[in-house]
Design a protein around this ligand. Sequence first.
Ligand SMILES: Nc1nc2c(ncn2[C@@H]2O[C@H](COP(=O)(O)OP(=O)(O)OP(=O)(O)O)[C@@H](O)[C@H]2O)c(=O)[nH]1
Ligand SMILES: [Mg+2]
Length: 308
Amino acid sequence: MQHNITQLHEQIKAGDFRAIARGVTIVENSLPGYERLLLSLHETRHARVIGITGPPGAGKSTLVSALLHHWLKENKKIAVLAVDPSSPFNYGALLGDRIRMSEYYTNPNIFIRSLATRGALGGLSSKIIEIADVVREAPFDIILVETVGVGQSEVEIAGLADCTVVTLVPEAGDEVQTLKAGVMEIADIFVVNKADRADAEGLYRNLRILAHEKANGQSETPVLKTVATSGAGIEELASEIVKFLHTQKTQPAKRLHLMTEKCWQLITAQRMKSIDHSSLKAELATAIKKNDFNLYAFTKDFLSHFVK
Ligand SMILES: Nc1nc2c(ncn2[C@@H]2O[C@H](COP(=O)(O)OP(=O)(O)OP(=O)(O)O)[C@@H](O)[C@H]2O)c(=O)[nH]1
Ligand SMILES: [Mg+2]
């Protein structure tokens, strides 16, 4: 196994798609060699991870494929990781319009993988962090990660991605105020997608105001309008992402912040590994029958006995 993982790692570094897919599968399912593979990774690879997040149906996949199309023209090598997509054929169908399907499946510059990690032990984030790091070993220029989220998972993606693009749509207009706290924190770039809709302007203006308030004299989070279906605004978005990645490279404090966030997710997952719902339930079922049952005493006791 040791030899196999070493060999697999070498193949991943060489950009062998089958090896990358195998590595992802090993990590995704915690198969033998999983830990060894992770422990052999280097932090020196330079593929940048771009997180595209936002509410369901905001046009994230359409946006990803438009960006993909844009960067392919520049001969970039790109990996796409889609977490819990509504359809595993999403990208195939979307790309079909612009690039012939056969071309896409055999295109040596695109690696696409759908991940069904939602609900996995330790949550979405630690797995996707690990998977992205495995893919990062391969010689890609860019790794695009699509995650659905309004709320917690967006915060999680912030630790994973070098640049987080929060995609909102005009329908989200009323939500902007409630999104404020969490989303403002993690968004490196805001996209108002479906800008072909009449009410897009209102959302755009609201976001600009929020970005201005948040900036507090510092540089404001860019807000861009896109029509992912037609490609309008995609060039601007791509160059804004590149610009952001460039400035971010020169900010060690931000890198440390993201690394801390990432490490925190991994520690949480490790810590939770020995606890599962069913054994907790079984323990509780017995404890609850006692007359002097106290949830807090139970929790304290449980932690000292079951969490290593
Ligand atoms: N009018 C309009 N429709 C769009 C635009 N971008 C995407 N859509 C449409 O919106 C729908 C949802 O697009 P997706 O790209 O699948 O959205 P998503 O955010 O990936 O959706 P989930 O992965 O299911 O959360 C599709 O029917 C797209 O064609 C846009 O800019 N304008
Ligand atoms: Mg999608």
